[in-house]
Structure formats: C-alpha cells, structure tokens
Design a protein around this ligand. Structure first.
Ligand SMILES: Cc1ncc(COP(=O)(O)O)c(C=O)c1O
Length: 456
C-alpha cells in the first residue's frame, strides 16, 4: 500500500466501528480531556467525576507533577524486562510503599492491574506453604459478595454471583463463606461485636470442614467495594479473622485494590482495624489511573520463605514493574504525601458523609449510607422499614447511572448488592483533593438523579 492508501484506510477506520466496547449496543462518547475532577467529551460536555471511574483517579485528572514524571521516565527509559534489570522508579516506589505499610509488609511484587495482583498473591501464598514443606495446602477461602477481579483465578476467588455465572465451569474451586455486612446480615438486636464474632466464626467452621492443614489462605476486601458498595467490616471482625488464620497456619490476604492506597484516609485500610495481613494487594489508587499498575505487598516472613527456599516466585509477566508505571505511581504517592492528601481524605470523607446524611438520611428509598473516607455508598431500597430491595428487573442502579450521566455526573452503581441478584447501590469515590464545593455539587446532582429515577 502507498502512503495515501494507508491514510485513506485510517480515515475510513475512524468512521467505522472496530473497538469491542463494554456494551455492543452503544458506543460511549469519546472523552478527550481531563481537568481536576472533570472529564470532557468531544462535544465539549463536562462531567464531574465523582467515582474516579472505578475508584481509580484519586488525584483527579491532569495532575502536572505526575504527567511530568511519566514523560521524563519515557524519555529516559521506557521499558526493561525484570528478568534483566530493575529500575530506579521500581526501587524507590517499593521503598515508599514499604515505609507506608504497617508491620513487616515490606516487599513489593509489581503487576499491571488489580486482577493480576490477586493472581500473584494466590500463587505466592501457595508457594509460601510449599517452601515450608506444607504441600497439602490447596484450598483458598474467600467470601460471597466480594470482587477480586475478572481474570479466572481472581474471579474464582470472588463471590460476585452474576460476574461468575457464565464462567463457572472454568473456575478453580474456592470455598466461599459469608461476608461481614452488618446492614444486611446482622440479626435484629445483634450488636456489631456479636455479629463480627459470628461472621468470623463462619470462616473457622469452613477451615475445619476443609481440614486446616489443606487451606492456603483466606482472601477478603478490607472494605468491600464494587459488589455490595463500600461495606466496612464491623469493629473487631478482621482481628478475629487474623487470630483464626494464625491458629491454623493460614495466610491472610487482604485485597486493598480499591480501598487501599489512601482511599479511606490511611495508606492501607487495614491500619484502621489494627490488623496486618500476610499479603495485601494494591491497584487503582496506586497509579491513580495515570498508568496501569498494581502490586502485591508481602511481609518479610512470607518473602523469607521464598528467599530461603527456591529463591524465586514461580510467576512473572512481561510488564511486571514497568518503569513508566512505577514512575507514575511514585509521583502519585509523592503528591499524596506532599499535598497532605490523606488528611484531606479524612476531612472530605466526613463532609461527604454528612452531606449524604442531610440529603438522604430520611429518603424513603435510601436504606443505608455507609463507607469509609472517600469510599462512600448509598443502598437503595423499596421499603426502608423492611429493607426490601427493588425488583431487580427495574435496574434502578443502571437507570441512576444513565440519568446522572445525562446531568454530567459520573457515579459507580452496582446491582445484586444483597445476594448477587437483588439490591442496588451507588458508590462514590471522588479524588482525594476534592473541594467541599465539589462535594456539594456531587450530592446535589445525585439528589436530582434519585428524584428523577426513583418512585415518589
Ligand atoms: C477489590 C478489587 N480487587 C481487584 C479488582 C480488579 O482490579 P482490575 O480491574 O485492575 O483488574 C478490583 C476492581 O474493581 C477491585 O475492586
């Protein structure tokens, strides 16, 4: 083909449809720019990004220091394979993550996404036991109503019924226990402490049923994100889980892909529970969407089992520790530190919660307002007194997303909140540098959406 032929081909391709979009029914608008909390489409429409996509864009869009770090890294060294080299960015970022993480969580394995972080964490956990001669450990336990990613291993470890359904025959066997979800599953009159004991007890029963010597790890989101909408654990639950795991020699893996990297006001959410897992996964806010990057952070004990044994995790991917990804995440974490944004998350989280309570505290169709820091959600119900959900066929969460989008507000809705089929929630995850005025706009627009969409 001549150069003109190529140009003609490119022009035709612009008009034709070749991207396999999330829905084959409609092509989403083309986003062309981001500015702080706003995304702007090709028509010049502005959208206030109240959810950072899927709780990703924690610095908002167009942060100059992160953009500069990416272009400097790209100009200097765009890629090395981790089988040959490390990079300054990878080393510095790991040192910073280790310094910010509690206990002896001080070794970082890099990935390019949250799902890959879960895959690597599961393999690391299995290999940890093999190195110690505990070769019979083969079961993973996770929780219903959790989401750990869409690759097959992560999907198997997740308990999101509708995401799993089509792929069940392909999934490894992971035991699923009840989540810790007070609004839905605490018995009437059962206090948080008693409920936490009961929820943790479900884990121990499952361990005993499987045979403790056969269990590799328990995996849970510290604050549940996408499946049931910003559900924090009741106080004491994760401490109890820690004790149970220790009692049976089982590794505790906390998935902080969504709730970690500062989203709830501390670098890791588990710091607020006074619990240190053996392995924690990161993604989303680590690189704030400027680059695709995730990570697995493990304790020195887990690392030493590998280092003192076969000396290599039997894993690896082409883009592990990508220098531009690491440089972007390093710049993001430095910005969070230099701009004092963890403190801002705490304040803004309190402000957002009180705005939601003012607006929706007495709303007939808002059953619960929950979350931590800047990961907050409302759960929609047909009847507040009975907590009865809406008929799933009404898909109010989807309707709310479409209505809000038309108003220029981006929210992260979810359905199947209660059992994978019934229940609707709306998740908000604005950037850490959100202003009070922006929070007010978000809640005003959300109130307009609920007025338009829900029955009166
Ligand atoms: C808690 C949690 N874990 C894992 C993942 C998967 O991350 P990714 O979509 O980057 O693969 C997600 C994504 O939403 C998540 O919320």
């Amino acid at each position: 083909m001549t150069r003109n032929d190529y140009e003609d081909h490119a022009r035709q391709a612009m008009g034709a449809e070749h991207v396999f979009h999330r829905s084959t029914r409609a092509r989403p608008p083309v986003a062309v720019r981001g500015e702080g909390i706003y995304l702007i489409d090709e028509q010049g429409r502005r959208y206030i990004d109240a959810c950072g996509g899927a709780a990703v864009s924690c610095l908002g869009h167009g942060h100059p220091a992160v953009i500069a770090a990416i272009s400097e890294q790209a100009a200097q060294l765009e890629y090395v394979h981790t089988g040959f080299f490390t990079s300054e960015a990878a080393e510095e970022l790991a040192a910073m993550v280790a310094e910010m993480s509690p206990g002896s969580l001080d070794r970082v394995w890099y990935t390019s996404s949250g799902s890959e972080a879960i895959e690597a964490a599961l393999k690391l956990a299995r290999q940890y036991h093999l190195e110690r001669g505990e070769t019979g450990r083969r079961h993973v336990i996770a929780r219903r109503l959790s989401y750990h990613g869409n690759t097959l291993g992560a999907l198997a470890a997740g308990g999101s019924a509708w995401r799993r359904a089509a792929y069940e025959p392909l999934l490894i066997d992971v035991a699923l226990v009840d989540p810790c979800f007070e609004y839905r599953f605490a018995e009437p009159g059962e206090g948080p402490e008693a409920y936490g004991e009961r929820a943790a007890g479900a884990l121990e029963r499952e361990i005993i049923r499987l045979g403790p010597e056969t269990v590799i790890a328990f995996v849970a989101e510290t604050v549940v994100g996408a499946t049931s909408g910003a559900v924090p654990p009741v106080p004491g639950y994760l401490k109890k889980v820690r004790e149970i795991c220790d009692r049976h020699g089982i590794l505790m893996i906390l998935d902080e892909v969504m709730c970690g990297s500062g989203r709830t006001g501390t670098f890791l959410s588990c710091e607020q529970e006074g619990v240190v897992p053996d392995i924690v996964t990161l993604g989303k806010g680590l690189g704030a969407g400027y680059q695709p990057i995730g990570g697995v952070v493990c304790t020195s004990e887990v690392y030493e089992a590998i280092a003192g044994g076969s000396a290599a995790l039997k894993h690896g991917q082409t883009y592990n520790a990508h220098p531009i990804g690491c440089a972007a995440a390093l710049a993001v974490q430095r910005a969070v530190r230099e701009e004092g944004l963890l403190g801002r998350v705490e304040q803004a989280g309190v402000r957002l919660r009180s705005l939601l309570a003012e607006r929706f505290g007495d709303h007939p169709h808002v059953g619960d307002i929950r979350g931590r820091g800047l990961l907050q959600a409302i759960e929609l119900v047909a009847d507040r007194s009975t907590k009865a959900p809406f008929d799933p066929a009404l898909a109010f969460h989807q309707r709310a997303k479409s209505d809000a989008f038309e108003r220029g507000l981006l929210i992260y809705p979810g359905g199947g909140t209660i059992d994978g089929r019934q229940g609707d929630h709306i998740l908000l995850a604005p950037p850490y540098n959100v202003t009070d005025q922006e929070l007010e706009m978000i809640v005003d627009l959300l109130a307009d959406t609920l007025d338009a969409v829900l029955p009166s």
